[in-house]
Design a protein around this ligand. Sequence first.
Ligand SMILES: Cc1cc2nc3c(=O)[nH]c(=O)nc-3n(C[C@H](O)[C@H](O)[C@H](O)COP(=O)(O)O)c2cc1C
Length: 317
Amino acid sequence: MKSPYIMAPMAGITNRPFRLIVKQFGAAMVTSEMVSAMGLMVGQTRTLDYLRSAPEERPFCVQLFGSDPDVMARAAEKVIESGADVIDINMGCPARKVVKTGSGGALLLDWRKAERIVRAVRLVSPLPLTVKIRAGWSPTHGKTLELASALENSGADAVTVHPRFVTQGFSGIPDWRLIEQIKSRVSVPVIGNGDVFSPHLAIKMREETGCDGVMVARGALGNPWIFQQALDLDQGRIPSDPAPLERKHLIMKHYHLLSDEMGERRAAFHFRGLLLRYTKGLPHSGLFRRSIEQVKDLQSLVGTMDGYFSSMEADGP
Ligand SMILES: Cc1cc2nc3c(=O)[nH]c(=O)nc-3n(C[C@H](O)[C@H](O)[C@H](O)COP(=O)(O)O)c2cc1C
């Protein structure tokens, strides 16, 4: 693997435009939003749409969620047909609507079923198969150390570990030591995940845990540069933040990709969200963010953005 830094699956976020952007900055692999195995089975158009990818995204991983081994295997066949490169199985999603169907994080309550799912998908799929787990369901249910080994024995080619319990959601601090413990227990590659919000933390996770790859989710929101910055650090270069003009151009590129994907009207609807994400933490961004609250149409939003970035250019570094 050239780069060990991987873009995480994020429902509602890791659509094709987003994936193309992070790929541009060196993400080793990009992952779809989580895709319902049942939705694929019954041929829901919207669900099938999640499988579409562009050649520039490759290697492209599709993440499946589901609770029935047969349905997961049939869905995997559809993923293979679609031309994806890797299949990932979601065993960590804490969302109620997912958990109540026995999928996602609920599989950490039923290890036998989790193993059966991996075996069923392994049987039909020659593609690399990865599994994304959490630390466990809850502290009282014990940790997924042994599950990781069991999933390896069932046919998983790599394990991604987000070391929070499902019941924690996103609260608390992920216990990176679990990534290290799982790494020392399994022989397949282990990908660490959780609270990597800067390139320095990406390096720190690799050093502290010995993980083979680092998966970044929220840290790439508004900062797709994080992948390049981590690679820079690896190569002894001091990572730099993008200049205001570069940031502005990226926002417009992201907007145009969205527009190609979903049409101008819907893309315009997302533009304010893009601006909020890409300006978080920048100088005077509070003022800028408040000023765009009132602005309704795309043209005025672009104008306000131009003004903001020009003033930053004028202020200098
Ligand atoms: C908005 C959002 C959507 C997410 N969607 C998914 C998903 O579809 N599948 C999945 O396995 N994890 C999903 N996650 C979890 C992330 O992939 C990742 O495990 C978690 O955010 C921890 O990594 P981070 O600290 O780098 O954000 C999502 C997280 C967020 C914030």
